[in-house]
Design a protein around this ligand. Structure first.
Ligand SMILES: [Zn+2]
Ligand SMILES: [Zn+2]
Length: 177
């Protein structure tokens, strides 16, 4: 009785093990393909992000569309080594930095021209000099109200709000006086 029952039960057990293990294998395959799909999706997203970053970076550094195309192609084809190459070859400054530097240089130059030196002979002059001590070029005019030195092109005195005489008249009066 006991033996017969165990013999009858055996194939059933084997069958059951087989029908349990099939879904497990299928499940494993499913998770594996899911993992592969996730990795592929991640790599794809990474690749696209690299391209977008490169495109934005090169647009901030160069206005030339051919340069931008070349940079994006470099990263698209060679990926991370391409990105390293791009980082080595890209223009050092962004357009904004370039613009800022030009502005700074220009304002520095203007400051030097306006304050440091005579516009005619480039001799060193002080800010409140009325004439260049070297070539006698008129640098400033005198305010009739407060007596301070004004730029020749100023129409009104910024210190006492008095209308400033035109440069020619100022020169005449200063010569006469
Ligand atoms: Zn001078
Ligand atoms: Zn004044």
């Amino acid at each position: 009785m006991g033996l017969a029952a165990s013999i009858r039960r055996l194939p059933v057990e084997v069958n059951c093990r087989a029908c349990y293990s099939l879904p497990v294998v299928q499940g494993l395959e499913f998770y594996l393909s899911l993992a592969v799909a996730l990795v592929v999706a991640y790599l794809l997203a990474f690749w696209v992000a690299l391209l977008i970053w490169t495109f934005r970076d090169i647009r901030s550094r160069s206005r030339n569309p051919l340069t931008a195309l070349f940079a994006v192609l470099l990263v698209a084809v060679f990926n991370i080594p391409g990105l390293v190459l791009y980082l080595l070859l890209r223009p050092r400054e962004t357009i904004a930095e370039q613009y800022e530097r030009t502005l700074e240089e220009e304002s520095l130059l203007q400051e030097l021209e306006e304050q440091g030196a005579c516009p005619k002979c480039k001799a060193r002059v002080e800010d409140d000099f009325l004439l260049c001590p070297n070539c006698r070029t008129r640098l400033k005019k005198v305010c009739a109200g407060c007596g301070r030195a004004l730029h020749l092109r100023w129409n009104v005195c910024p210190y006492c709000a008095r209308e400033a005489a035109p440069a020619v008249t100022a020169e005449l009066t200063s010569r006469l006086g």
